[in-house]
Ligand binder design. Sequence first.
Ligand code: G6P
Length: 367
Amino acid sequence: TRAGKGNYPFYMEKEIMEQPEAIKATLAPRYVDGRISLEADGVPDDVLKNCERVCVVACGTAMHAGLVAQSLIRSILRMHMDVEYASEFMYMDPVIDDKTLVLAISQSGETIDTLEALKYARSQGAKSIAVINVKGSSIARESDYVMYTYAGPEIAVASTKAYTTQMAALFALIGRMAVVRGAFNEEQEKAFVDALMQAPDAIQQVLDRKEEMHHIARGLLEAKDAFMLGRGLDYAILLEGALKLKEVSYIHTEAYASGELKHGTIALITEKTPVVALVTQERVRDKELSNIREVQSRGASVVVLVKDGIDLADADYTHVFTLPAMDDVAMAFPASAALQLLAYYVSMDRGLDVDKPRNLAKVVTVE
Ligand code: G6P
């Protein structure tokens, strides 16, 4: 083993395990006297206050962090927000003007598609905040403002701690926006901060049970296809969970908004097809359970990841993994850690090179 992996067989596992510390490091500078502050980032309140819409440009995993943020911005700020693949941005006639706040999210800060999209948005008068892990990188230099994630170096090609620290930084940004735009009173800010500060501990609780997930992963080793089902925020989280699984295990995996399955590919759910259902939002529970029954009646083998306290009724699931209960908005943290572990163990037990999936590069500097 190379130096740097410590006692772990792969960087991916080490980086998954580092998440509680990485999130703490990312939140610390933005948590001042019990309140959210972006002062250390130099992001002025009027930038957060005066924009009329928000647009994320990012690729891959970073784009998925943007989708989680979108769900929050809509529900908390009641604001319009687009999330675009940076690689598609230029071909989609993006609606960008001087009232748009662009968020460029990137671990490396060198993804050319994201850099080009950011440059274009700025040329249209947009203000920008880059959420970046690598200090002084090209995207950081191009942006008006930068919020760094403090994930530390991420070596495994499949992104894990970069993603959850991007979420942590975005949550802080959204929290501050909610304060300056009057969407949060003091009490609401406090509740939000409390939930966010519990994220490292919630992730730790999932990581402490990694062998439970290892056991669940064994049920997927022979699969050719897998599906991940959820609604709302759960669906956004699963898009990244599905990317993770397919990247490192080569099992073709699709995240489906649960209600859409019947309009599309439910025919692909046959005997023993693995389905991972995520249920962290109380308000989607009833509908999600009926979607689970639909796929079970077609023979699917269903693993349910459920927030502690949500009643799954008396059905017979292949496995149930209980996620520590936090405020609904923060469930993305423990849920993501569980999905990362699943992908990791499937890849490892299939005997694959977890850290270097074929044909993928950590940093992509071609368009
Ligand atoms: C590559 C990596 C992905 C990553 C994406 C964006 O495709 O394989 O894991 O999410 O680039 O990278 P960035 O450095 O901009 O976050």
